[in-house]
Design a protein around this ligand. Structure first.
Ligand SMILES: O=C(O)CCC(=O)C(=O)O
Ligand SMILES: [Fe+2]
Length: 328
């Protein structure tokens, strides 16, 4: 759908002004979009996940650990595909205002792509270098967008999400290095073309959401404060956007229609898209790739096994998006 077609549908949550802002700038911040009852429950299950991470010494396909993580002092970078690990995260993706907001921006038929929870732990939580998302998971069109929920307040020193206004209408950058290795971020030599001086940092109280289009340049600084910055990211697209590469964060929920109905025609945007390496056998981590971290053979074997288990489930079972249960 074109922005005009999306805008012609009555919104469920956003104002027309907010939708127009998103289409013009490629991002949107909605302060206190999510009621605190939802946020309290996300906090509770997230605490359970942090507890689960204590016994791990090394990152795997589910828990991405910062160097220095210990049982006594956990330091998580990311929980991959949270709905795989606790049903409440799927409820949140489908039944909270998020999916309605997605329908206001991609049209009434909405597809879920993936989810991740980036912690950016206190006192050093790692930076995310400037990048665009769509080269990680190309689709037939550029409707996909990411919605981040701040589950605690996020201020300027906690590494809030930074975006470059208007960059969704600009260049799609190369995210491979000179040796043709995927690095997942924009090369320093190209950054002068990225208008970084225009960066806007999206902050807000708990329950605020950030939205950025899949072409929008974004990143975040390290968290040097003494407060964490857990940001729960959920990615949705128009139902008529189809993927043609393996999802780096495999999930049995990928492709589920969360609002409206499935598409019978794919929409193809003529603008070309860079494609990532083949991750069908497993993916390590955005942080590890951007930081040039090497994972050992045992870790890589675990990543493949975890991916195969999740992909096996994905192939065999259809999940009802409203109950989160297997459907016949
Ligand atoms: O956690 C952040 O600040 C941004 C994360 C991000 O852009 C990503 O995971 O693709
Ligand atoms: Fe990103």
């Amino acid at each position: 759908m074109t922005p005009e077609q999306v805008l012609s549908h009555k919104p469920k949550f956003l104002t027309q002004k907010q939708r127009e802002f998103y289409f013009e700038k490629g991002y949107l911040l909605v302060e206190r979009a999510i009621p605190m009852e939802w946020i309290e429950r996300v906090r509770k299950v997230t605490d359970e996940m942090v507890e689960r991470s204590r016994k791990l010494a090394k990152s795997d396909a589910i828990f991405d650990l910062e160097p220095g993580h210990t049982a006594a002092k956990p330091r998580l970078r990311r929980l991959s595909s949270p709905p795989e690990h606790h049903p409440f995260y799927w409820d949140y993706a489908v039944k909270s205002p998020l999916a309605d907001i997605a329908s206001d921006l991609v049209g009434p038929d909405v597809k879920f792509h993936h989810s991740k929870l980036n912690f950016k732990w206190a006192e050093g939580g790692e930076e995310v270098k400037w990048h665009q998302d769509i080269q990680y998971w190309p689709h037939t069109n550029y409707s996909p967008m990411t919605m981040g929920t701040y589950i605690y307040d996020c201020g300027p020193d906690q590494g809030p999400l930074g975006v470059i206004p208007g960059s969704h209408d600009g260049e799609l950058f190369n995210q491979y290095n000179d040796k043709d290795q995927w690095v997942g971020c924009i090369d320093d030599k190209d950054l002068p073309r990225a208008n970084l001086d225009k960066a806007e940092y999206l902050m807000g109280p708990a329950g605020s959401i950030t939205i950025h289009n899949c072409r929008t340049i974004h990143g975040s600084r390290p968290n040097l404060s003494d407060l964490g910055r857990p940001l729960l990211l959920n990615v949705y697209s128009a139902a008529d956007a189809f993927t043609y590469t393996a999802n780096p964060l495999a999930s049995k929920f990928e492709g589920q229609i969360v609002r409206g109905k499935p598409a019978r025609w794919a929409h193809h945007d003529p603008r070309p898209c860079q494609v990532p390496p083949d991750w069908s056998g497993g993916y390590t981590s955005l942080f590890a790739l951007q930081q040039g971290e090497a994972w050992d053979a045992e870790q890589l074997a675990k990543v493949s096994a975890q991916n195969a288990a999740i992909r096996g489930k994905a192939a065999g079972v259809r999940i009802d998006p409203y109950t989160g249960q297997a459907a016949e």
